[in-house]
Design a binder for this molecule. Sequence first.
Ligand code: ZN
Length: 218
Amino acid sequence: MTEDSLWAQFFRRKYVGEGHLSLVNPDKGTWFWKAVFKCIPMVLEHSKWLIKDGNVSFRYDKWVDNGPVCYDFPVLAYPKLKVLDCKIENEWDIELLYRLVGASKVEELCSFLASRRAGKDVLVWTKSMDGSFSSKCTWDCARVRELESRWLEWIWHKFIPTKASIIMWKALHECVSVDDRIRRVGIPMVSRCDCCQEGAYEDLNHVLYAGEFAKDIW
Ligand SMILES: [Zn+2]
């Protein structure tokens, strides 16, 4: 949203185009982009422009307190208008602002704009203390937090090899690929466990607890 790297340019050109990020059709694009795009409303919600020069969309960028101007004034002319376009020489074009937001808001908007200094606009990530964006902080906004449990501390203990931790985590979430699990996702197969002589039906309980091999270990 703010960088000018080749990566950012590529994504902007390919997926956003001339319009605004908030208007992009979420159903278009690759599987990867659609997955990325699911996070965009959340990213927009938690970011805000501190405008100086006003090189941001008048209508769609969040630069006033209650969100983008289009929330309060859904029918607006000039969809591509930028805040800086409302200036004539060094003065704010009050007549234009009046047409855009109406008599009740124009005064408030003018005094807000008058308080802005010159410089580069800054996009602030409202979820962090210093306003800078980090993927860690964003992940904390997007993730669904499980209740803390002592079991999890034990599973992810630093003395347990990561591979073992992952197997335990998978067992807890029933996603170890035992025959029983594979059959339950709709793949028909004959099950025969490898861990014991009789070649029993392979399910999670058998492999980790009730089977011959598991019992010996327990
Ligand atoms: Zn077995």
